[in-house]
Write a protein that binds this ligand. Structure first.
Ligand code: GUN
Length: 297
């Protein structure tokens, strides 16, 4: 059996089309366009690529955006003062500080300085806490995108065993919470979260009905580590040297796609799986921020 492919590029386009329509309706009702302020510290090439994708998506859906570039020498005090100004600025709906930050800056402190009502990344402890207790919140974009993929393809999660590999604050932990949720339409899975201290990874992955891999390790998951019929969500985007490619590298996920797809019932490709959904969900969150839907005034 070869797996059905989960087409994140297609679902992301549908999501952006939906946001475009909602933005038009919002503006037809007499409101100004939503505005997303991106803050980019330093010169991380991967961050440039991600911010470029976010900016293009904003243009497509009618969200206005600006990228504030700060030098990698910026102090925590200066950066937080900049964020406090944006917090107070009523023309700014969403604030996104692109990660990673240079080593001298604490991502925790910087994220916490963002007004949680403008935290379209869903990283602020207020949003993470509310997500955990089942209160409305901004949801981290990649996990929210994964849930959207399950919905789109009507892939059931209720009663399933979901195994998450990777326990990051951005992906692993929040997706484990969303999949485990007891209320609402989605979730209701039993979840296991594995991380770098997990002793025998295969012992856990082999029992997964749903396997979400966000470990940042190229082709960590091999066919022999999964069971027949598993649903595989591969969040990894790893550059590996490839002389046959003009750029000198190719992108691979955290799963050995070619072998795993022969056992899986559904699988996300890399690229074109989860990645585009992250950006599409950011558009959704920015519109929610503009509408003050989650935190009414
Ligand atoms: N760096 C990697 N992923 C993300 C993300 O989703 N948001 C931000 N702000 N930075 C990131």
């Amino acid at each position: 059996m070869s797996a059905n492919i989960i087409d994140g590029k297609k679902v992301a386009q549908l999501t952006r089309d939906e946001v475009r329509k909602d933005v038009d309706d919002w503006m037809d009702a007499g409101n100004r366009p939503p505005f997303l302020q991106v803050v980019l510290v330093g010169n991380n090439p991967a961050s440039d690529v991600y911010v470029g994708a976010k900016t293009r998506a904003c243009k497509e859906v009618g969200i206005e955006t600006d990228t504030m570039r700060l030098p990698d020498t910026v102090s925590a005090k200066e950066l937080k003062a900049t964020i406090h100004k944006l917090n107070k600025d009523d023309s700014v709906d969403g604030i996104l500080v692109q990660l990673p930050l240079p080593n001298h800056l604490s991502a925790h402190d910087v994220i916490e300085s963002i007004d949680y009502r403008k935290d379209v990344d869903g990283f602020h402890p207020m949003n993470v806490g509310r997500l955990t207790v089942g209160q409305p919140s901004f949801r981290s974009c990649t996990p929210a995108g994964i849930i959207e993929l399950f919905k789109h393809y009507s892939i059931p999660t209720k009663g399933k065993h979901a195994v998450v590999v990777g326990a990051s604050n951005i992906v692993g932990r929040p997706i484990s919470i969303l999949l485990n949720k007891e209320s609402g339409e989605q979730g209701k899975a039993t979840t296991t979260v594995c991380h770098k201290f997990t002793k025998d990874l295969t012992q856990h992955t082999i029992g997964a009905d749903i396997l979400v891999v966000a470990a940042g390790q190229p082709e960590l998951i091999k066919a022999e580590m999964v069971k027949e019929g598993v649903v595989v969500i591969d969040v990894g985007i790893n550059r590996v040297a490839d002389e046959t490619k003009e750029k000198g590298y190719s992108l691979v996920g955290d799963c050995d796609f070619e072998s795993v797809k022969e056992k899986a019932s559904w699988i996300t490709p890399v690229p074109g799986g989860v990645g585009p959904m992250t950006v599409a969900m950011l558009m959704k969150n920015t519109l929610l921020a503009a509408k003050k839907s989650i935190y009414p005034e």
